[in-house]
Design a protein. Structure first.
Length: 282
């Protein structure tokens, strides 16, 4: 005997929403990261939230440079740089320059689960053993103390792309047309624009600058493209040649000596065609 079946719809669970998303929760015990809703529900760019979630999921000591993030995501350098700047403005990310024990300067990146968290102080280094006193006889033979080192010059403030030379900005931004690897961010263009503007001021044409920056590029860059371009811009600029190879030199302009002061092309100074003696006689 078959069991009776009802055609009535089953009742929905009490408290279940009638529209919108329904979460299927799974309790994770490994390989997960706890993220705050303040970050995940941040309005704005989805790239910024994705970059922050990826950085917070990495272990301590992982490389989170722009090049490393571009190698992981499909977005370009401009979007990744903008996402890092937005995270710094919101307080989820902080980049500091610190001096190591050997005296080198390095950049340390601090990622925060919530903005406003204090950064733990670095562990104090082991104290140095006391130096034994120097005998008086050796004190007389010691060299005089060295003069204090001169203070390092303060680097100039970073230039904005709005203050850069427009023609230099166009030249740098157009390099990606010839080589897709030369896609530069706005800070890179602002930093390279003064050197390109100096080349333009000395008479070097845009075509020469583009050819110099894109010729004989390596198959693989060991550093960021902006550093390679900055190294090539260190060479002293050379003015454009008077005539291109294979073309005759242009005839210079002369001013008419007949009184009309009309400009005409000639290898030697003299009178124009209208002021020539044979023309007036005719």
């Amino acid at each position: 005997m078959a069991e009776p079946h009802s055609n009535a719809r089953s009742r929905a669970q009490r408290g279940a929403p009638t529209s919108g998303v329904i979460h299927i929760r799974t309790r994770l015990t490994a390989n997960f990261t706890v993220l705050s809703n303040k970050l995940l529900q941040r309005p704005g760019s989805a790239v910024t939230v994705g970059v922050a979630a990826y950085v917070l999921s990495l272990p301590d000591g992982a490389i989170v440079s722009i090049a490393a993030l571009c190698a992981h995501f499909t977005e370009g350098e401009i979007l990744i740089s903008r996402a890092l700047r937005e995270l710094e403005q919101d307080g989820f990310l902080q980049r500091r320059r610190e001096r190591t024990a050997c005296g080198r300067i390095r950049t340390r990146t601090y990622a925060y689960d919530l903005p406003g968290t204090a950064v733990p102080a670095p562990a104090p280094s082991a104290p140095m053993p006391p130096t034994p006193p120097t005998p008086p006889a050796q004190q007389a033979q010691q060299a005089p103390p060295a003069a204090p080192a001169a203070p390092r010059p303060t680097p100039p403030p970073s230039q904005s792309i709005a203050d850069a030379d427009p023609q230099a900005v166009v030249i740098l931004a157009s390099l990606r047309i010839l080589d897709r690897r030369l896609l530069l961010s706005e800070p890179d263009i602002a930093g390279l624009a003064p050197a390109v503007a100096a080349w333009l001021a000395r008479g070097v044409g845009p075509a020469q600058i583009t050819e110099h920056l894109t010729a004989d590029l390596p198959e693989r860059f060991r550093s960021r493209p902006a550093r390679l371009l900055a190294f090539r811009l260190l060479d002293p600029p050379v003015a454009a040649p008077a005539a291109l190879p294979g073309r005759a030199a242009a005839v210079p302009w002369q001013t008419c000596d007949g009184g009309c002061e009309r400009a005409f092309r000639s290898t030697e100074p003299g009178r124009c065609r209208d002021c020539a003696p044979d023309a007036r006689a005719a």
